[in-house]
Design a protein around this ligand. Sequence first.
Ligand code: HXC
Length: 257
Amino acid sequence: MAYETILVETHGAVGLVTLNRPQALNALNSTVLKELLAAFAAFEADEAVGAIVLTGSEKAFAAGADIKEMQPLSFPDVVTGDFLGGWDEVAGIRKPVIAAVSGYALGGGCELAMLCDFIIASETAKFGQPEITLGIIPGMGGTQRLTRAVGKAKAMDLVLTGRMMDAAEAERSGLVARIVPADKLVEEALTAAAKIAAFSRASVLLAKESVGRAFEVTLAEGLRYERRQFQSLFATEDQKEGMAAFVEKRKPAFRNR
Ligand code: HXC
């Protein structure tokens, strides 16, 4: 499929999506949403793909929702069309998605990175929720996911002042999993994704789902859920293979069985 706003590649068992609207610092418009969901759906359906990396350019992961697209919209327009509601579908992807962030990840760009499972940032990354400077507030999860990631104090600071935080502050705050040199960003993200893709697919999907549960249910429910998923993996051949390989001091060969 030919895309207008993204580039799509596969690297072995990893799907790579690159946001590609350089003239607008990868601002997220409705075409980007449609194309991103189509690319993710194709990777979900492709058995050969075990994990996905989402990245932007060196200057910008994404500078936010497209302000020029939003500017003329009225309240009835955004409510009846559930403007931006479709972005929730990114969180429904079952395969792990790593955000590889360089440069600006602002507004909807920061929220898109947070919709992914974890963020690997380059030293140049800058995160922020500047919506308040435009007379609006975050609308793709910024007040919710950012608060869960960094806590109330920093979320309030960022959402109410609109200031940006650099990669070091973002890592210290728990928003970013790791920081890597700018020229190694995509390579490092692909390596991490390839590592994930080589594990038993069932254990990867259930691990992702179980961590996700921690944000949705009580601790008791989450623990019960985790234990049942853990126990269910003993029904797989890959559990036998993984443990046999450890005992026999060799590398496991998972077959997704
Ligand atoms: C549309 C955008 C854009 C955006 C940048 N551009 N961000 N277009 N929507 N969010 C465009 C600019 O208009 C300009 O186009 C080109 O990209 C280059 O941007 P410059 O501003 O010239 O670059 P620079 O001076 O380097 O400044 C970079 C920047 C600044 C600090 C990131 O562009 C900026 O502040 N952008 C807006 C950030 C923002 O407010 N994001 C939140 C959006 S609201 P031209 O044609 O002039 O060359 C949002 C709502 C979320 O995300 C709610 C739920 C989604």
